[in-house]
Ligand binder design. Structure first.
Ligand SMILES: C[S@@+](CC[C@H](N)C(=O)[O-])C[C@H]1O[C@@H](n2cnc3c(N)ncnc32)[C@H](O)[C@@H]1O
Length: 143
């Protein structure tokens, strides 16, 4: 895997194909939030519309989509690595249970009050305090 590269595609498939076991220091995941709506984001520079469906038949349907991605994240994450998963109030409690199941009840939560107006949450598993400090500083800089 080359550094400074953006790969377009299915995250679980790309992780499986291109990433070795325990090769990643930091994962930041921003999956669909389970809004039950068709989402349209506007790219800042070009005003291009980016669309994706965030509609799910059931909660299990959504979690079944997320599980293989998180299993791949666990496989590629180094023993010293950290994962941050951005979600919101709709699914955060269910994702927390799923991540506890996959990563072993080491997940904790940061509420992103003030960063957005949408009650956003980041679930994190962080084996290195130094990396946690860095990401907190990055988030502070976004504000
Ligand atoms: C909550 S949005 C994140 C928006 C993005 N962070 C941004 O600022 O524009 C979720 C994004 O994940 C993408 N996505 C959904 N499932 C995916 C998958 N299995 N692999 C890769 N991307 C996926 C969607 O197309 C959508 O762009």
């Amino acid at each position: 895997m080359k550094i400074n590269t953006v790969i377009l595609g299915n995250s679980a498939g790309i992780l499986k194909k291109d990433f070795l076991d325990q090769s990643v220091d930091l994962i930041y995941a921003d999956p669909p939030f389970g809004t039950q709506a068709d989402q349209v984001n506007t790219e800042r520079q070009s005003s291009r519309k980016l669309e994706y469906s965030d509609k799910w038949a059931t909660k299990e349907d959504y979690l079944n989509y997320l599980r293989p991605i998180l299993l791949e994240c666990k496989r590629v994450l180094k023993e010293t690595g950290a994962i941050f998963l951005h979600c919101d109030w709709r699914m955060s409690h269910h994702i927390r249970v799923l991540m506890d199941d996959i990563f072993g009840e080491k997940i904790s939560e940061m509420k992103l009050s003030g960063l957005t107006n949408a009650g956003r949450t980041i679930l994190k598993l962080c084996k290195s305090c130094i990396k946690l400090f860095i990401i907190m500083r990055l988030l502070q800089n976004i504000r």
